[in-house]
Design a protein around this ligand. Sequence first.
Ligand SMILES: Cc1cc2nc3c(=O)[nH]c(=O)nc-3n(C[C@H](O)[C@H](O)[C@H](O)COP(=O)(O)OP(=O)(O)OC[C@H]3O[C@@H](n4cnc5c(N)ncnc54)[C@H](O)[C@@H]3O)c2cc1C
Length: 426
Amino acid sequence: MNNFNRRDFIKLMGISTAAVATPSLLKTASAAGFSPRVVVVGSGFAGSTVAKHLRLWSNNVIDVTVVDPHASHVSCVMSNLVVNQQLSMLDITFQHTILNEKYGVNFIQSSVSSINHDAAEKQVFLENGQVISCDYIVLAPGISFDDIPGLDHQKVPHAWIAGPQTELLRDKMKAISGGDTFVMTIPKAPYRCPPGPYERACVIADMMKKKGGGKVIVLDLNPKIIVEEHMFSNAFSEIYGGIVEYIPNITINSVDSDNLIVYTNQGKFEADVLNVIPTHRAGKIITDLGFNTVADRWADINPISYELNDTPDVFVIGDSSGTSQPKSGHMANSQAKICADAIIRKIANRPLDSEERLANLTTNSACYSPITDKTATWLTAGFAYNKIEHKMKAIPASLGEAELHHVDHYKDMFSWSKNLFENTFM
Ligand SMILES: Cc1cc2nc3c(=O)[nH]c(=O)nc-3n(C[C@H](O)[C@H](O)[C@H](O)COP(=O)(O)OP(=O)(O)OC[C@H]3O[C@@H](n4cnc5c(N)ncnc54)[C@H](O)[C@@H]3O)c2cc1C
């Protein structure tokens, strides 16, 4: 799949909607004066997409409330280009008022501290003291990080949840000088955006090269580069030869955040800028509720609905869900549409497992990675539901990656991300 282009991405975005239930399915509920209520926890890629599509596809019959502590979402997608100042924070920030104004999604700015899911009428408890009653709950809280002794993210940014952390890393990079050393760590897979850390190493190495040189030490907790191995290993050894040093099989013991030193199984590494990205787990609320039953980290969901396997009417989508699909914004958008369709069918009392629906159940993911400040590469994967194994499995023909980093891919990256942002947040 070498001639992958923007049109293919747009097509992929379309098929991910699976077999969408039409609004007419909800006529009965609506006519009976029954207004189903859904509360969505988190308004990132997964949460915003499900909220928007629940309203759109139910013809506004479903009452949808989104809760998130932030008034706007700062996208991780494209955030490495804020670090190298090719983009501004504004370029990757999306106001939640848009979904309210365009689709009537209610938005409450707060954090969800707990839920009560035992009764048919569910409750969502907010940190501001509010309690919201509803019929269905969608949890889309993204990721949280493992603790590392000594790690203080105000001194050692992860910049892996975009926002103030992105600005902190950008500002540290503004102050870094030629000849300095940047040390970063790559979390154990699965983590969000499989090529993302290698992309960051390239973006930083490009900055160091422009400053006249320096070192970028990449400490990978995995045994090797986990995606686009040929592309990234070539970039490290050829474009950034003498700058990037890649070391796999790392175990982090501790971090000295004041002196910017990371202690590992392969010795200590001293940095002028230290960027530790800890290993991920589901968003904290998932762990607090005891839903982290997949590998003690992720939520155990039914892939045809994203409903929790042992908790009816509670759904988990996006990076918090425990599936073999990559954790990406594109994938979160895809999963959210299947979840919206499933909730609408449940409300309309229509089966989720009809032959036609299962045959159309697909998701997809794409990640673009800048390699220099003018070229990029891409990676894509599509998944289809496998009835025998009851899981989403990669479609071999859909697996693809760019052969070369190229200026055209760099341009396509902006069209693709614009399309994803619009489909999700607008
Ligand atoms: C550098 C980088 C580059 C990337 N590039 C790509 C790419 O090219 N392509 C791609 O598809 N993906 C990419 N990604 C991955 C993508 O950003 C994530 O996979 C995506 O954000 C996951 O969506 P999500 O909705 O699960 O989580 P998020 O988008 O992180 O949203 C989670 C939301 O939940 C909220 N929340 C958490 N807890 C609570 C609570 N208790 N109550 C209320 N709200 C809560 C948070 O405030 C947040 O708004 C990249 C990531 C990084 C870091």
